[in-house]
Design a protein around this ligand. Structure first.
Ligand SMILES: Cc1cc2nc3c(=O)[nH]c(=O)nc-3n(C[C@H](O)[C@H](O)[C@H](O)COP(=O)(O)OP(=O)(O)OC[C@H]3O[C@@H](n4cnc5c(N)ncnc54)[C@H](O)[C@@H]3O)c2cc1C
Length: 465
């Protein structure tokens, strides 16, 4: 790529201040959260309007220069990592809340709006955007939709795909697809917006979205369960899901080793209970939906039946936040424990116990002393089966075993009808595994879609496919 020529052309369509070429200016867009990759793009563009995004893509298409869409750059699979002949198109400056429609229970935002800012706009209208991730202060709505993000409220509200009513997308030739309708029912032809959800920037650049909102919960309870085994966790899940119905917004698995790590490394964190394994439940809904006495009775029945060791029911914001902090700090608390090899699998709920048992036995056989930290959105069948290095093994020696460990974990999930990518996406990290996950027919169809929507291959090439 002739950097000067491309930068000049981009300045012509997006303005001088939108085009960054100095190394220090580009650096934040080239770093990757986990440090697994380093971007190399010589140019980063930050268009300030939808028209400017379209003009940038048109310009790049004419010059034959591939573009890498980038949101908050919090993705965990290398999807927003750029090559040296590519231009990063950052949505940072396209960050307005366009409209909150309190009658329609919907919100329209620019794609570069952070998830936290979109949540705050909904909360200002006494409504809730029911998508919640630990990265919500940085990740953007465009990135959330492009990765079909999950998070901690999927049980009740679904993932990012389920929140979207309308979408605005710049296509690979710079044409604008404007489909920002806020209808809940619309069967007019193919549902094109869903093509772009989960497409990881390979089919177009999302510039705006209309999202569903829910009523802000009037009542909220957080329960911490102390349990004896994974079998007890699953039993508690089915028992309480029946008892609490749609009010169950989250059911998260927290292994005891994660509680140890959090208490050891996170200032102010306190161990909620002593048990081999723990679960965190959030119930929320309207005042009439949450009956505290009924919840306490269900918990007491479970303890009497031997299904639970103990439970904490937290009513106050402070107590609830302290319990959630243990769950949210697991990844940060794993860092000081040395290298960690991460997985984002899902299996049908009935196979969860078999997955945990099989995967644990196999990784322990491969690397004696490995410390599995198996946590996550167990209500969705989604586990982050993360492996902390053995205490007596050197970091590099452990990381050298990563391919074998990952293969083993993925095989265990796939053999039980599961997936190697539950909520983080495919990106660069799992690109070569996609065909084994989806099979040849789906893989070929994905390729045909890509070729049809991006015939010159300029949208985030080498990612996903
Ligand atoms: C601490 C932490 C916790 C996390 N927790 C969760 C979790 O619970 N659940 C979960 O699902 N994920 C989680 N993630 C992963 C990440 O936050 C999500 O994948 C998020 O949706 C990415 O959004 P982003 O704006 O940062 O996208 P980026 O990282 O910038 O990009 C991700 C992908 O989307 C594409 N993209 C970005 N913006 C656009 C756009 N406007 N149009 C088209 N393509 C675009 C990029 O090209 C890339 O392929 C976590 C990450 C961190 C660091």
């Amino acid at each position: 790529m002739n950097v000067d020529r491309v930068a000049k052309a981009l300045r012509g369509v997006a303005g001088d201040k939108a085009v960054l070429t100095a190394e220090a200016d580009r650096a934040p867009f080239l770093a990757e959260w986990r440090g697994n990759y380093t971007g190399e793009a010589p140019i980063v563009v930050q268009p300030g309007s939808v028209d400017a995004v379209a003009a940038v893509v048109r310009c790049c298409a004419q010059l034959g220069v591939p573009v890498v869409p980038q949101g908050g750059n919090t993705g965990l699979v290398g999807g927003s990592v750029s090559g040296q002949a590519e231009v990063v198109v950052s949505l940072n400056r396209l960050n307005a809340v366009r409209e909150v429609d309190a009658i329609n229970f919907s919100l329209c935002v620019d794609a570069g709006c952070t998830l936290a800012a979109a949540q705050a706009a909904a909360a200002d209208a006494d409504l809730m955007l029911p998508l919640s991730l630990s990265s919500e202060g940085s990740c953007q709505i465009g990135g959330n939709l492009a990765t079909n993000a999950g998070g901690v409220s999927v049980l009740r509200y679904g993932n990012a795909r389920d929140q979207v009513l309308g979408l605005e997308v710049v296509l690979s030739d710079g044409t604008l697809l404007s489909a920002l309708q806020s209808l809940r029912k619309n069967n007019a032809g193919y549902d094109l917006k869903q093509l772009f959800v989960g497409s990881e920037g390979t089919l177009g650049i999302i510039t705006g979205a209309t999202l569903k909102l829910a009523p802000a919960p009037e009542a909220r309870l957080v329960l911490w369960l102390a349990l004896d085994s994974h079998a007890h966790v699953l039993d508690a899940y089915t028992r309480f899901r029946r008892a609490f119905g749609a009010t169950m917004a989250a059911f998260e698995l927290v292994p005891d080793i994660a509680v140890d790590f959090v208490v050891r490394h996170i200032e102010g964190a306190r161990r909620p209970a002593d048990a081999p394994v723990h679960a965190l439940i959030e119930l929320h809904g309207g005042r009439a939906e949450i009956d505290r006495d009924a919840v306490l009775a269900a918990v007491s029945d479970a303890v009497d039946a031997g299904a639970l060791r103990d439970a904490i029911v937290a009513d106050s914001d402070r107590d609830q936040a302290a319990l959630w902090a243990v769950r949210h700090n697991i990844s940060d608390a794993q860092r000081p424990e040395g290298a960690s090899i991460k997985h984002d699998i899902a299996v049908p709920l009935g196979a969860l116990q078999a997955f945990i048992k099989t995967a644990t036995e196999r990784v322990e056989a491969l690397v004696p002393g490995v410390r599995p930290v198996c946590f996550g959105h167990i209500g969705d069948g989604n586990l982050h089966f993360n492996l902390s290095q053995p205490l007596d093994l050197d970091r590099e020696a452990f990381l050298a075993r990563a391919p074998a460990l990952t293969r083993t974990v993925h095989e265990a999930a796939q053999s039980l009808g599961g997936t190697i990518s539950a909520e983080h996406g495919i990106g660069l990290l799992k690109r070569d595994l996609l065909a084994t996950q989806v099979g040849p027919v789906s893989h070929a169809l994905m390729r045909r879609l890509k070729e049809s929507l991006d015939p010159d291959g300029i949208m985030n090439p080498g990612k996903l496919l």
